[in-house]
Ligand binder design. Structure first.
Ligand SMILES: [Zn+2]
Length: 442
């Protein structure tokens, strides 16, 4: 910093920082905050009411994933804030057939420090006809559509950047903000709906995502260093159709339903390991079985006196690293291949969210976040056990850059009618985030 800045501005900044330092005494047990960092904290606190007002405005615009107009309107509201902070914004359209509103990207380019990607989303699970209230404040808590998941997180990003800008600390930094318009129900194909997220990650050094902060069992706010891959599998089993009275003979074999049962039961007994889950969600078997185009509904026909010749099973599979995924795929393939007499079977896999593994780089990033929190008197931030979260957008960045998630707002009941925000969590997360971005971009 400094070499790109006129002397007058530097002087003004030093004076300002000095005056703020005089009034903001570090909290007991706090570590070291530089004068500029103390100013950043003071700016966050000073602007908290306006930040909450911005959150209220955004929450009062319904932006269910399929309400394109609403998603775009929230994008416009937040986009204007980024423009004010000196970012260039653009709206990324998705193909019409995808039926998604698109995404907001805001970016600034500089030459200093790490290139940072900040991830949020504009949509919520509450569609336009949802009976859930929009904004209903009672004391330090607010209930409403997306207050915590994750318009609260979006506002944390904006308020952190605003504090940095006021302290002159955005100058010459490279920061990209991606707000997806379809995080809650990602557009298909995912290779298209997440292409811009992947491109932004490849252009960055670190990714910070602002899904809700989760407290651990001790009640301490954590950071998310890993999220499991979300993938699916489909098993198709064939048998020989014949009279039921001949089943288990060498000629008739065991039929498709016993073979499917053998496979699924072997999965249950032989696959369990840490951070892995798998669950069959749909099964159809008989002499005819077929799935609808959507893959969630189907039809089956069969008779008691006929050996079934077809069974289809669809299921879910979640794992924490690509290595774990590859190993479990191979084990499942091997189980499938041990056919009962007179049957055959094949299994296929489809990955939708790649794993965010708890890498050494992610843990270092959490350490830096935790240090910033401690220095601001907000305590250490430990890692959430990585198996404990569902899938999120950060997973598209995680294969390319050190990543951290769960830096957003605190609350409870996300996706439910009782979704609730803990208002003071916004200020805590904003302070931690602003200090981390400041330190990463020096
Ligand atoms: Zn979310």
């Amino acid at each position: 910093m400094g070499v790109y800045m006129p002397v007058k501005k530097v002087l003004k900044r030093v004076l300002l920082a000095g005056s703020v330092a005089a009034v903001v005494a570090p909290a007991a047990g706090a570590g070291e905050l530089s004068p500029v960092e103390q100013q950043i904290v003071a700016e966050v606190k000073a602007h908290a009411p306006q930040g909450l007002a911005l959150l209220e405005r955004s929450v009062n615009i319904n932006s269910g994933t399929l309400n394109h107009e609403g998603v775009r309107e929230v994008g416009k509201l937040f986009g204007a804030e980024f423009e004010q902070l000196g970012f260039k914004t653009r709206w990324i359209e998705m193909p019409a057939a995808m039926n998604r509103a698109g995404h907001l990207e805001a970016a600034r380019e500089g030459k200093q420090g790490k290139r940072v990607l900040l991830i949020g989303h504009l949509d919520t699970v509450f569609e336009k006809d949802s009976p859930v209230q929009k904004w209903d404040r009672k004391g330090e808590r607010v209930r409403g559509q997306g207050v915590a998941d994750m318009k609260g997180g979006d506002v944390i990003i904006i308020e952190a950047l605003r504090a940095l800008q006021k302290a002159g600390a955005l100058d010459n930094t490279s920061i990209t903000v991606m707000f997806s318009g379809d995080e809650e129900n990602a557009g298909d194909p995912i290779s298209v709906s997440r292409a811009d997220m992947v491109a932004a990650a490849k252009h960055s050094d670190v990714a910070l995502a602002f899904e809700g902060v989760v407290r651990n069992k001790q009640g301490v706010e954590t950071g998310t260093v890993g999220r499991r891959a979300s993938s699916s599998w489909e098993l198709v089993v064939k048998g020989k159709q014949g009279h039921s009275s001949g089943i288990f003979t060498p000629e008739a074999g065991y039929g498709a339903i016993f073979e499917a049962a053998r496979i699924i039961d072997a999965f249950r007994r032989e696959l369990p390991e840490a951070d892995l889950t798998y669950s069959p969600g749909l099964i159809l078997g008989g002499t005819e079985a077929s799935l609808d185009a959507g893959g969630a509904r189907g039809a089956a026909y069969g008779k008691n006196n006929i050996i079934a010749n077809t069974t289809i099973v669809k299921g879910d599979l979640r794992y924490l690293s690509q290595e774990q995924g590859d190993r479990v795929h191979a084990k499942m393939q091997a189980i499938v291949a041990q056919h009962l007499p007179g049957t055959s079977a094949a299994i296929s896999f489809h990955e939708s969210y790649p794993p965010m593994s708890p890498t050494a780089g992610n843990l270092r990033l959490l350490d830096a976040y935790s240090k910033a929190s401690e220095d601001a008197g907000l305590g250490k931030v430990p890692a959430l056990p990585p198996g404990e979260r569902g899938a999120g957008d950060v997973q598209f960045a995680a294969p390319y850059v050190d990543s951290l998630d769960g830096l957003g707002a605190g609350g409870r009941g996300s996706h439910s009618p009782d979704e609730e925000l803990d208002i003071p969590s916004i200020e805590r997360s904003t302070i931690r985030t602003a200090l981390l971005i400041y330190r990463l971009t020096r």
